[in-house]
Design a protein around this ligand. Structure first.
Ligand code: ADP
Ligand code: MG
Length: 745
């Protein structure tokens, strides 16, 4: 099909709505002792109900950001949390402070040791002094044995008991605290003292170890993200002072010495140096910075002093945005996580009911004469009660619930280390299910840096005139086409000459200068509302920019782009990785699009699209896949495709470094300007899902085994509590594997 000259198309710029606004301000708190994901979601839910307050709780980093209109309401928020989780140690953080979880764990360790000593004393008295004594309520031996046990029990279990009572008042009958309390008190009642104390003690040890393991994995994620500079060298009254980056204002001048990290975003005004961007992009390609270039926070200055004028407050800096994204990402729950939370809401009551049945039914059935032979005579009532108590211990879902967010957080951290920012666990989980991948052409599959290859003037204009007017008109545009025309012109451009300027997305630009109206863009702009500029140059190979001056056609400029170096390879690998359908979309002409698609082996392409057409096409493709299991992803450079990025299941922006629009609009940001990052993202998504799956299977299998063992009386309470704690710790350790795998890039 040949390309027709269009007639009268309305320019309709697609609206850009913001998907989500991230909390950047607000007070940050550390919640020490937040080890249980279900408690975290309880708090989050309660906070959502307080009006006027925006609060973000991040389980993975155990931090809370509160944005309240005044301090009174902020205190109310904290009070509310204390009410829900009285055992938490809530600490306000100073602006630059890093969280530390030591204080709390030291205290817990001391308690455990002290309880352990009393437990030992109890064991010695019971087994050495009164080895054969009958435990009668009125005997001295009974009380001598019981006293050290009770002491140990209360030291270890005080927190858990009080939490259980508070939970009960709030009708939360299935918290792990209540389960553990009933199980251990039950054990006391049936005179299994060592069991009662031991289980409580080891539950506490488990909590302690989980806490340790969790804070270890939190720390390793933070280490991965050590991209924030601690200070800025602020130039003030001819002096240099070191200040926290947060205190530097827009317009201030800062110095960055060799070896230092750039603390804030700005423009280089003096000095020339190379910088290492690896912390941001996961790729250590040195970049040259000279006066006029943008210096982004997080880059490391390699060899010479540069002076930078700050253009963004710290809150808006690249580094802060990335840190916020990663921190926030873990709070966006993946479907698997939601499923397990729901599952545990069913699991716990079911197992508790089973416990009740075990305690009550067999002794009742035992009374029925026909059933009597089924029971061995050695089983007493208290034996069945004991089995029921084992069930209560197994009913605790904590290991199951903790293992999932920890797994996803590992994946998000690993990806961030490679310069891939996932805005939520849900996108990380969905990435591996991408069925259709839609690519933008310019700047995504191609480099987006055009070369002018031909200038063809018409109607008496000269080549120089044509290029000059085009360059002047384009000088305010950020579009890659515009930039390359300006580059090709080479002479100085006086932007003050432009009296009126208007960029019409997917059409081109309209400018008024030197008393003339200039149109520069594709064929469409020549035929938009109110214009109908005659020309007979409809079919030209490559990307074409037509120019009209005061309503007269002045000629066209032909540009050539290059396909990205790693594009072909990546497309082939993606197909091998299971992407079923690939589609290329472009606002560029058919003549420019076809060779690119052919070269890359993308069978399907659509050209001459306006942004809204791109959305329509993505929606249409969406209808053609199985929405339950398959996902559609759009990969763009974020410069002019923000609306499509937002419209697709997974919007992926490439080369996010320095492009705010892309970071805002996309769900996944590839900081390095390389298509192959898509493959990395795919692998990390697979690997994370694998680890989460391992964690779930492990937890469920072990729980299942212990349910059976508990019912037939093989498992003791000791083993049940070891199993639960063990699973939780294994899951945490398993999740840190992914971080280690991707540590080196
Ligand atoms: P893509 O879909 O390939 O990213 P765009 O939607 O950015 O392309 O632009 C589509 C077409 O609109 C371009 O190929 C070009 O013809 C025209 N265009 C857009 N902006 C400009 C501009 N500033 N100057 C000239 N032409 C432009
Ligand atoms: Mg584009």
């Amino acid at each position: 099909m040949g390309r027709d000259c269009h007639k009268g198309i309305n320019s309709n710029s697609a609206d850009t709505t913001h998907k989500e606004v991230y909390l950047r301000r607000g007070t940050k708190y550390v919640l020490e002792g937040l080890t249980c994901a279900s408690c975290a979601s309880k708090i989050q839910k309660a906070l959502r109900e307080i009006a006027e307050v925006k609060a973000e709780l991040n389980f993975a980093s155990s931090t809370l950001i509160v944005d309240a209109p005044n301090i009174k309401i902020e205190h109310k928020v904290i009070e509310k949390i204390r009410e829900i989780e009285p055992s938490l140690n809530i600490k306000k953080m100073k602006k630059n402070e890093e969280e530390n979880e030591y204080g709390d764990s030291q205290r817990v360790l001391k308690k455990i040791l002290l309880a352990g000593v009393f437990f030992l004393i109890g064991l010695i008295i019971q087994n050495l002094l009164y080895a054969n004594a009958e435990l009668k309520f009125y005997s001295l031996s009974f009380w001598l044995i019981l006293l050290p046990y009770i002491t140990a029990y209360l030291i270890a279990g005080y927190d858990i008991l009080t939490k259980a009572i508070k939970g009960m008042i709030k009708r939360d009958y299935f918290s792990e605290n209540l389960l553990m309390s009933i199980a251990t008190i039950g054990a006391f009642v049936i005179k299994e003292f060592p069991e009662a104390v031991g289980v409580m003690l080891f539950f506490k040890v488990g909590e302690y170890l989980e806490n340790k393991a969790l804070s270890h994995s939190r720390r390793s994620i933070k280490n991965l993200l050590r991209i924030k500079a601690n200070y800025a060298n602020l130039q003030k009254n001819n002096k240099i002072i070191k200040v926290p980056p947060e205190e530097v204002k827009v317009g201030d001048t800062i110095l960055i010495m060799p070896g230092e990290r750039i603390p804030l975003d700005g423009v280089v005004i003096q000095g020339e140096t190379t910088v290492d961007t690896s912390a941001l992009t996961g790729e250590s390609i040195p970049r040259l910075l000279k006066p006029g270039d943008n210096a982004l926070s997080g880059m490391v200055n390699s060899n010479a002093v540069i002076t930078v004028r700050v253009t963004q407050p710290f809150e808006e800096s690249t580094v802060n945005k990335i840190l916020n994204l990663v921190e926030k990402a873990a709070a966006q729950k993946a479907p698997t996580e939601k499923f397990i939370t729901k599952f545990s809401k069913v699991y716990t009551p079911v197992v508790v009911s089973a416990a009740l049945l075990i305690a009550i039914l067999p002794p009742l059935l035992y009374q029925i004469p026909v059933l009597m032979p089924l029971f061995s005579h050695t089983e007493t009532y208290s034996e069945w009660v004991y089995r029921a108590l084992v069930f209560l211990v197994i009913a605790c879902p904590c290991a199951l619930v903790i293992s999932i967010p920890v797994g996803f957080f590992g994946g998000i951290g690993a990806a961030a280390k490679r310069g891939i920012l996932f805005k939520g666990s849900n996108y990380l989980e969905a990435f591996r299910s991408i069925h259709t991948m839609v690519f933008d052409k310019t700047g995504t599959l191609t480099e987006g840096s055009f070369r002018v290859v031909d200038v063809k003037p018409y109607n008496g204009f000269s080549s120089e005139e044509l290029l000059r007017f085009a360059a002047l008109a384009e000088s305010l545009s950020n579009h890659p086409i515009a930039k390359s025309i300006v580059n090709a012109y080479r002479n100085r451009i006086d932007k003050h000459k432009i009296k009126h300027y208007e960029e019409i997305p997917s059409y081109g630009v309209r400018a008024v200068l030197e008393g003339k109206e200039i149109l520069a863009g594709n064929d469409r702009i020549l035929h938009m509302d109110g214009y109908n500029i005659e020309h007979d140059t409809c079919k030209v190979e490559g990307t074409v920019v037509h120019v009209a001056i005061d309503g007269r056609y002045a000629g066209f400029i032909v540009l050539a782009d290059r396909i990205r170096e790693d594009a072909k390879e990546t497309i082939i690998s993606l197909k091998r990785e299971g992407i079923k359908r690939m589609v290329m979309l472009t606002g560029d002409g058919r003549e420019a699009a076809e060779p690119v698609a052919r070269e890359l082996g993308i069978e399907e392409f659509h050209a001459e699209l306006l942004p809204q057409h791109k959305i329509e096409l993505v929606k249409k493709l969406e209808r053609e896949i199985n929405r339950k299991k398959d996902k559609i992803a759009f990969v763009g450079d974020g410069i002019n495709d923000a609306p499509v990025l937002m419209a697709s299941d997974i919007g992926i922006a490439m080369g996010g470094l320095g492009s705010d629009a892309a970071i805002e609009a996309a769900d996944v940001v590839l900081m390095k300007d390389k298509l192959s990052a898509l493959l990395d993202a795919m692998h990390i998504s697979r690997r994370t899902k694998g680890i989460v799956f391992e964690n779930i299977t492990m937890a469920l299998t072990i729980k299942g085994i212990f349910i059976i063992f508990g019912a037939i009386g093989i498992a003791t309470m000791w083993e049940a509590v070891f199993a639960d704690v063990g699973v939780a710790i294994l899951a945490i350790l398993n999740s840190t594997r992914i971080l280690r795998d991707y540590q080196e890039s």
